[in-house]
Design a protein around this ligand. Structure first.
Ligand code: GLN
Length: 232
């Protein structure tokens, strides 16, 4: 076997908990689609990764401050972010849905939010979406740094609803989160790996080449199947 003496180590900022993209398993190891992808890509492209579960917004800030090399956190490729990030080829798609408590049968759509509070996660497309429709539908917004606290706020009844990524909310509900999805996905975006604009182009290239290789050799599909077909 070939050895690669001087493998580079890249620091990758990720979310605290955003299953099926990233979460700590029972052994406190970070797993999920993003984690399996980056580890497989690193192997394929001969580099090392140091995973930093900073939280979504903190990961974005860390990359912009030059304290991490990239964000891999189910990150939406948006026109605004393209001003400060360069993105890999997309590896998934997402959209924003509204979740309510499972026992809530009166909040069925955006019109039912008037005068109520909704929970979102700082710096996300879910938060952005909520802000964009806030005036029209007349609700207040509570902001949290991680998804668990967002869901918790809805389950305890402080917030009437939350806005989060459809694949994430769907996965969480399958795994037992006591919420339900009541809207169709809005503000759909591709999901990609982001580096600071103009920086780390070598890493971006390795990511894209590795991703293409994993798509060719079937590993990409295996990773998606592993998490998306996961039973409770
Ligand atoms: N896809 C959403 C975004 O990029 C949420 C990402 C996340 O919460 N980790 O804003």
């Amino acid at each position: 076997t070939k050895t690669h003496a001087a493998e580079k180590t890249y620091e990758i900022g990720t979310d605290v908990t955003f299953p099926p993209f990233e979460y700590a398993n029972d052994n406190n190891k970070y797993v999920g689609i993003d984690m399996d992808l980056i580890r497989s890509i690193a192997k394929d492209q001969h580099f090392n990764v140091d995973i930093k579960p900073l939280g979504f917004n903190a990961a974005i800030q860390a990359v912009q401050a030059g304290q991490a090399d990239g964000v891999l956190a189910g990150m939406s490729v948006t026109p605004e972010r393209k001003g400060t990030f360069d993105f890999s080829n997309p590896y998934y798609n997402s959209g924003v849905v509204m979740g309510v408590a499972q026992n809530n049968n009166s909040t069925k759509n955006l019109n039912d939010l008037r005068g109520k509070t909704v929970a979102v996660k700082t710096g996300t497309t879910g938060a952005q979406y909520a802000q964009s429709i806030q005036k029209k539908y007349g609700f207040k917004i509570s902001t949290f740094d991680d998804s668990n606290n967002v869901y918790e706020d809805v389950m305890t009844g402080n917030s009437i609803a939350c806005f989060d990524d459809q694949p994430v909310l769907k996965y969480g509900i399958n795994q037992g989160t006591q919420l339900k999805i009541v809207t169709k996905p809005a503000a759909g975006t591709p999901i990609g790996f982001g580096v600071k604009k103009g920086q780390n182009q070598e890493l971006l290239k390795k990511f894209n080449t590795g991703l293409a290789n994993l798509k060719k050799n079937g590993q990409y599909k295996k990773i998606l199947d592993k998490y998306l077909n996961a039973k409770k």
